[in-house]
Write a protein that binds this ligand. Structure first.
Ligand code: T46
Length: 135
């Protein structure tokens, strides 16, 4: 889907466990300016329901599993993340909804920009209006 891609990272496994490195501009296509993580999401709760205008992000499920619906005016897909060495790249003008968080799941986000509420489109009709000019 346009502006969405799964990214597979290296995973070093030995008798001490797993280690996955993620380097900005090497493993993902941007410099990382911000990280945040989402945890303790109760059953039945869904998050997201917005798009960004400029932001590039990679989402990685560090523990448990989570589903992410990505949409643009013409396409829609649901991706389950359940592996800490796989990231989901989401670029600008992709609507996202995040749901089915399993108990104890932790979703890490690597972001290309500092937090800026003006970059969000949180109304789906406004999203369609802006996105239709770009797709
Ligand atoms: C996204 C999905 C995957 C901040 O103050 N700084 C931050 O860096 C972030 C990300 C959020 N916030 C504040 C803004 C809200 O008052 O934290 C509160 C919850 O944020 P929001 O409702 O946007 O959370 P989600 O889970 O719906 O969306 C977040 C990201 O905002 C978004 O960029 O793609 O996770």
């Amino acid at each position: 889907m346009y502006n969405v891609a799964l990214v597979k990272f290296k995973k070093f496994t030995d008798k001490y466990g797993h280690l996955t490195p993620v380097e900005g501009k090497i493993d993902i296509p941007f410099e990382i300016k911000r990280i945040y993580y989402i945890s303790n999401v109760q059953e039945g709760v869904a998050r997201g329901f917005h798009s960004h205008r400029k932001l590039h992000q990679v989402l990685i499920c560090l523990n448990g599993a989570v589903k992410i619906k990505v949409k643009n005016p013409h396409e829609e897909e649901v991706i389950q993340l359940s592996e800490s060495s796989v990231g989901l790249y989401i670029g600008p003008y992709v609507w996202r909804e995040i749901f089915d968080f399993t108990e104890g799941s932790v979703l890490l986000a690597l972001a290309s920009e500092y937090y800026d509420e003006d970059d969000y489109i949180r109304n789906y009709d406004f999203y369609l209006e802006e996105a239709q000019k770009r797709y």
